[in-house]
Design a protein around this ligand. Sequence first.
Ligand code: MG
Ligand code: MG
Length: 266
Amino acid sequence: MIHYKSKAEIELMRESCMLVSKTLAHVAGMIKAGVTTLYLNDLADEFIRDHKALPSFKGYHGFPFACCISVNDAVVHGFPTQDELKDGDMVSVDVGVFLNGFHGDSAYTFAIGEVGPEIRKLLKVTKESLYMGIEKAVHGNRVGDIAYAIQDHTERKHGYGVVRDLVGHGLGRDLHEEPQVPNFGKRGTGAKLKEGMVIAIEPMINLGTKDIYHDKDGWTIRTADGKPAAHFEHDIAIRKGPADILSSFSAIEEAEKANPNLTYSY
Ligand code: MG
Ligand code: MG
């Protein structure tokens, strides 16, 4: 069942989503070679609690951390660890917060130090595909229109692998609500997009094969061929006309550009 949100509820959700964005910007300023992903997780956890919210992921189906932090061949759901990040790594940070009774959920992938053109392009194209999906997220369209736009740009145009096993989702009082929002599909198919729907659109795009496997930690999803994967996620509210993007990359991108230890992906 799809839970449609009132305008007042969407404003509450905007606060949850913006706190996620601020958390990601805070983390972005601290990413560098030599820090551990557990350290980044703890920074985010503390930041969220300092803002009188709770990290949505902690305890979700038993997930033990505030963030999913996925490095290189880890696509999503990565376990923060004591391993130090290195120059040339790419790291996806996925954060959820619960505030005012609603969840926000957004993710961003960073490149540490000097990364090759292949990785820069993967990051650029994945982020572009997210906005192309958002362009189709308007009242009267269908979920398949979003899905097609993302797949067309990443897989058909650039030859990347679109993960089939994981999808975007509705968002609200629950972290994962109906409908599912895949990153692959046919135009004109799937749930109809209607004013008041809030969805998380989150392309998970692999440099190589679309195939993935579950790491033995039970959570981390990795690419089958060991090549890197990128992940960007926004929360949006459907309305008549262009979607209302409730999360924001502005502060994250500013922090990314200001951090000399990161390569800006554009
Ligand atoms: Mg997420
Ligand atoms: Mg999500």
